[in-house]
Design a protein around this ligand. Sequence first.
Ligand code: O2Y
Ligand code: MN
Length: 586
Amino acid sequence: MTKNAELAAWVDQVAQLTKPARIHWCDGTDAENDAIIAQMLDSGDLIRLNEKTHPNCFLHRSDPQDVARVEHLTFVCTREQEDAGPNNNWLAPEEGHAKVDPLFEGCMRGRTMYVVPYLMGPYGSPYARAGVEITDSPYVVVNMRIMARIGQRALEHIEAGNSIVRGLHSTGDLDPERRFIMHFPDELMIKSIGSGYGGNALLGKKCHALRIASAQARTEGWLAEHMLILGVESPAGETRYIAAAFPSACGKTNLAMLVPPAEFDGWKVWTVGDDIAWMHLADDGQLWAINPEAGFFGVAPGTSLKTNPNCMNTLGRNAIYTNVAVTPDLQPWWEGMDGDKPAELIDWQGRPHDPANGPAAHPNARFTVAASQCPSFSPQGDAPAGVPISAIVFGGRRSTVAPLVFEALDWSHGVFAGAAMASETTAAATGKVGQVRRDPMAMKPFCGYNFADYWQHWLGFGPKSGKLPRIFHVNWFRKDDNGRFMWPGFGDNMRVLEWVLERCAGRAEAVKTPIGYVPEAGALNLDGLDLDRKTVQDLLSIDPRVWHEEIDQIEAYFATYGERLPQALRDQAARIKAALEDQLAA
Ligand code: O2Y
Ligand code: MN
């Protein structure tokens, strides 16, 4: 229960609509968590994994029709359609409510309605924001407890008079025909029904910390971004921080937990966050970032001691696994894990694994685990003020076109580079895999308002400070003519991060090109890497003809935003095109 009359009234109103058998206010304690887990083990909602190898770890199998975010069922409900923009599905607020409210009628009959007060951001942070999620899913409660700061302290923050985002969630009947994820930014409200999975259901994450928060951030003058945050500590003990935006399933978690290669003796990478950054311009003129989350909800397939040793050392205990496969002795397993594939496996749907049925683990199988368990978790990870950002890095999965790294010429050009981002699609969102889609700032599925206004908001930071981060673009995924990745990636991405930070310090050498500064031959530390000169050249090459076509496509994409598109972005495209034409004519 709560002293906050408004919150109490909303909970009452929801209970009258959804008709739960009982109401439970979550306090976030271990005892409460143990009781919910025990009940989920009883109901079969969770399976206890091998206690010896994976203490306090559990498996959850979601409905096979409910395994990923659902962008086509995700709506932003603003008064004017133009305010949601072409980047969002739109309904007027009253239509949005009218579409989902009937689905909530009586949907919690026989179920417990959990009221989960939560805080996004470190305790005591001026940048932290509160929310309350009402849900009938115990899976949501135990995951939210890892991903956010839930319970009594969050409730106290709310009762102290701080505003909240209200989130109403029910798994409903899990019928994809009756599944909607609705956002009402003006009301600070989310209504989600028909899915029990990840971003559709853990409302603090994508719905609150990105879609609603991005709209709030615009009004209030800050940035809510789909970015990891990491710190790079030099052998001299100086740590500088990078925020990096990559589309879903492009390796943000791996980069956030990077282990530098042997040649970088004395260097250390610290993890602040792997998915979301809230950034504020502070009085010192720098952009300071907090990770609003407290845990990782990462993709399991492909995670191994080779690709992400810190992650593997994080998730062996106190973790919830969703849709992974298991060995006969109940150890979690997924494609891309170290070692040989076990002879026998139970697949993600609980069947004896038969490769004819597809992979043993679902490609979007996940682990949920506390960030504080990560061996590389930053000593500043919970700092109320956050960390000062030296560089912003944008990146996409492009087998062609984009070089390994370039630096934007200035803030406006950096915003253009972010706005022009594109990536080949993966399995995290439902839809086709391998198609190039524009994903500005990696926010395509998450920006809670019109992208044109969002870019204007970004551009608006330019004149505000001379100490803004420098902006870069990277592409770890370029392929050669035989379809092989040219760059080793993973720990070796440290070589690019070093160049990025050296540029920020005004040291590393670069060549100016129409699309930005690229490393001069020899400026990247490639010691110990088996890369021939031609491959390095190709990785850094910018083909003016290909880029001219790319800018044509960017302009065509920008044109879909009509008159609302900031002129500065049109100007950037025109400037780059003219410079490419000069090059082609020379
Ligand atoms: O939330 C989901 O349903 C899976 S997608 C996801 C999960 C964690 C972090 N990022 C993402 C994403 O799609 O960007
Ligand atoms: Mn993400």
